[in-house]
Design a binder for this molecule. Structure first.
Ligand SMILES: Cc1ncc(COP(=O)(O)O)c(C=O)c1O
Length: 378
């Protein structure tokens, strides 16, 4: 934060300043090696990140959207198939389904954790279902135990969209190892962010990860110009891998700092009738990617904070089943009442490890001072 006058949503410069020397050395090492694609750091980061998630294999890809798209290809998702997911997510989750020629089936979410409702999941599964994709939204893990149980009853794999949840846990086990496979994004503002785009697929199924790697590398075989299946070019480059190796060492400490700031918001905002506060499901440990409150008069509150130099964000203003890009899926208003209400009411407050606790106190005081007439219902 540059001054008490303006609070940004994220401050990557503050993060990079803390580790500047290690970052500079990592980038310089890659530049000196000129091994920009498939350099040593790529393989090492895959091993380190797989170990962090508690799984056996990982494959770096170009971004989180490609991670989902390539995984779905690896599952054989295609025309005539349905992929069951949620609508209050980033568009990339849905794009991956349509890009593979399949149909997204959206299920509504739990109003407390904003993640896939396992009971509604059960009802959404049909004969064409091929894959289930829960999203760990805002860093909070979906109810994986219940979701995996439903999936197992129907013989379906679960692919975790963990783009927002590096380091989140369910009963002591990190996301990434809770389904059949998982995808991550290393978009710069994520809990673990690159200095550009990046993504990762992790799984305990080594053969699946090998398939992902083949598709993400032009369908390659044992030799450079063997092209065995139609693939694409989606790789995590060496500069990003080197930077991410440096940052991975700090991820748990940064997540603890996020947690501390989230707890400070929750304490300072307790009892404000016009806002709903995020809560963790028993047994779940959020990575606190975002601190997202609910406010029935969200737009007015956002303007109030903006006028006082406090940046906020709306993730997301429209559920993806109502995005024109998803029209082929046939979604209409009223299909998903909880997701649609959330999109009208959610507001993300600034949250990053370096955010001064005094700033949290000031932001909370400004939220409190904004007198709303409506009372939030949860
Ligand atoms: C839930 C979710 N899924 C997928 C993605 C896509 O990741 P990327 O931006 O790296 O393509 C994001 C990124 O914002 C995300 O938040």
């Amino acid at each position: 934060m540059k001054s008490m006058d303006h609070v940004p949503m994220v401050d990557l410069k503050a993060q990079h300043d803390r580790i500047r020397r290690d970052l500079d050395a990592a980038v310089a090492r890659v530049v000196d090696s000129s091994a920009f694609i498939n350099g040593e750091d790529c393989g090492l980061f895959e091993k380190e990140f797989a170990a962090y998630c508690g799984v056996g294999s990982a494959c770096g890809v170009a971004n989180g959207t490609d991670a989902l798209t390539v995984c779905m290809r690896a599952y054989g998702v295609g025309p005539g198939d349905e992929v069951v997911t949620v609508a209050n997510t980033f568009i990339g989750t849905g794009e991956a389904i349509l890009l593979n020629g399949a149909r997204p089936v959206f299920v509504d979410v739990d109003p407390v954790t904003y993640t896939m409702d396992p009971e509604r999941l059960e009802r959404a599964i049909g004969p064409r279902s091929k894959l289930i994709v829960p999203v760990h939204l805002y860093g909070h893990p979906a109810d994986m135990k219940a979701i995996v149980e439903v999936a197992a009853r129907h013989g379906l794999p679960v692919l975790e969209d963990a783009a927002q949840a590096h380091g989140a846990e369910v009963e002591g086990r990190r996301v990434g190892g809770l389904g059949h496979a998982a995808t991550f994004s290393f978009y710069p503002a994520k809990n673990l962010g690159a200095v550009g785009d990046g993504g990762m697929v992790v799984s305990d199924d080594a053969a699946f990860v090998a398939r992902v790697r083949q598709i993400a590398n032009h369908g390659g075989g044992a030799h450079k110009y063997d092209n065995l299946v139609v693939g694409t070019n989606s790789r995590l480059d060496t500069v990003q891998a080197a930077v991410l190796r440096v940052k991975l060492r700090h991820l748990d400490a940064w997540n603890r700092e996020r947690r501390e700031r989230a707890a400070a918001y929750t304490k300072a905002l307790a009892g404000v009738p016009s806002v709903g506060l995020p809560r963790e499901r028993p047994g779940a440990r959020s990575a606190w990617h975002l601190y997202t409150i609910r406010a029935p008069e969200r737009d007015r509150l956002q303007s109030h904070l903006k006028a006082r130099g406090i940046a906020t964000a709306v993730h997301y203003p429209r559920p993806i089943h109502l995005q024109p890009a998803m029209a082929a899926a046939g979604g209409k208003p009223g299909d998903l009442p909880v997701s649609e209400a959330l999109c009208r009411e959610v507001l993300c407050l600034p949250l990053y490890p370096e955010l001064p606790l005094e700033a949290v106190a000031r932001i909370a005081a400004e939220v409190r001072s904004h007198r709303e007439t409506a009372v939030v219902r949860t």
